[in-house]
Ligand binder design. Structure first.
Ligand SMILES: Cc1ncc(COP(=O)(O)O)c(C=O)c1O
Length: 402
């Protein structure tokens, strides 16, 4: 009998017979390949100095880039939001779950990003599922995606019947060729702005130029740039000097630099109305709890006014880059809070993460399928809530372990 190949691509010589045997065999293979994942339990709020599984740890593992997740004013806004509007929204936006707290947040986000209109979602995953397959739904349409796009963008493309094209990471010549060859009725170019596991910035100006030339939509996921990059933290498009345009749809999450939860999509009034009427992951899900919308509205105010947080974060990034220069492992070139230290093999990344853990430092090892095989890494994630001493402690530990 030929060897069976399971979903994650492992060959199984002795094909298991029962459902339980099948799951156990797949889990064993994940473990053998160094790909088992483990959740770490936090026993305190998420701050760099956190209690994790009963131990005091210094954490470099969150996306709370501006240190807002435990900000007292945002916590107070969330508590007040719950008192004003209740704990849950009770329904989807189009039934009866669209509260004034959501509407206020949408209006402020539109003002902040400069787009006509915004839609708020309860997760970035859902926001991404809403955009690409709604714009490019049919077999006559085509989606052009960077190979390193976030899983939610990849899954979004899978929901569409459109032709899929994935171009090598950041390769604008390849994208241009694909666009030139395409006779699709609707073309959608989709890319992370800041790549979540590499920390590098997409060539946004080139993407926009190609979108203009080939009359395509440009869908940008700015989960990791919003709040961090650009004047007043307006995000990656503003950072690159790209003004809002009717062919751009901008998605960003509120669970990273904004320190809360959920996401939004910003665009022209027409495009947003089209999503509201058609996007299944907007229509068929309960609206974000209104207290979170109230908290995110407060967070937006802090993002806009507290430039010192971004300046401090930039100083920490430079400190880490300088401190890691002599290590045997290389940091990927990244000017953002995401600083990946490349180890290559899964076991090496896991072992270094575990050695740091034993010294009270929490840095996540990132392995396939989150990143391509052979590119396992430590994803060092910096936050404005870190101090210089914290970064120095991490650098010293890495030097000793090297
Ligand atoms: C680039 C990117 N897009 C989308 C998401 C999904 O956002 P959310 O966590 O709000 O579902 C994430 C991470 O979670 C991300 O890194």
């Amino acid at each position: 009998m030929p060897a069976a190949r399971n979903k994650v691509g492992f060959t199984m010589k002795n094909t298991p017979r029962t459902r339980e045997q099948l799951l156990s065999a797949r889990l064993r293979q994940l473990a053998d390949a160094g790909l088992m994942r483990q959740r770490r339990r936090l026993d305190s709020p998420l701050t760099p100095h956190a209690i994790m599984e009963g131990q005091k740890m210094l954490a470099f593992a969150s996306n709370d880039y501006l240190g807002l997740a435990a900000h007292p004013d945002i916590i107070a806004a969330m508590a007040q939001g719950a008192r004003d509007w209740g704990a849950g929204s009770g329904a989807s936006h189009l039934i009866s779950g669209h509260l004034k707290a959501h509407e206020t947040l949408e209006r402020r986000l539109a003002e902040f990003t400069g787009f006509d209109r915004c839609l708020v979602f309860s997760a970035g995953y859902l926001a991404n599922l809403a955009v690409t397959p709604t714009l490019a739904a049919g077999r006559d349409d085509a989606i052009f995606a960077d190979r390193l796009n976030h899983a939610s963008l990849i899954d979004a493309a899978r929901l569409s019947r459109a032709r899929q094209h994935r171009y090598p990471h950041g390769d604008m010549a390849a994208l241009e060729r694909l666009l030139a060859q395409s006779a699709a009725k609707t073309k959608v170019i989709v890319s992370d702005a800041v790549f979540s596991m590499d920390g590098d910035l997409a060539p946004l100006s080139d993407l926009f130029r190609l979108a203009e030339r080939f009359d395509a939509w440009l869908v940008i996921d700015d989960a990791h740039g919003f709040g961090v990059l650009g004047p007043e933290g307006r995000g990656s498009l503003a950072h690159c000097g790209i003004r809002p345009h009717p062919r751009i749809l901008l998605m960003a999450t509120l669970g990273k630099a904004a320190g809360t939860s959920g996401a939004f999509v910003a665009g022209s009034a027409l495009a947003i109305e089209y999503l509201l009427q058609n996007a299944r992951s907007y229509i068929f899900t309960t609206a974000q709890p209104p207290a979170i919308a109230a908290a995110a509205t407060k967070s937006l105010e802090i993002i806009q006014n507290d430039e010192a947080r971004r300046a401090h974060l930039r100083a920490l990034i430079r400190q880490l880059q300088t401190g890691c220069a002599a290590l045997p492992w290389r940091l990927l070139p990244s000017e953002t809070a995401i600083q990946p230290l490349m180890l290559g093999e899964n076991d090496k990344a896991l072992a270094l993460s575990q050695q740091l853990w034993r010294r009270g430092l929490w840095v996540a090892a990132i392995r396939p399928p989150t990143v391509p095989p052979g590119t396992a890494r430590l994803r060092i994630s910096l936050s404005a809530a870190h101090g210089e001493n914290d970064v120095a402690e991490l650098i010293n530990a890495l030097r000793e372990l090297a």
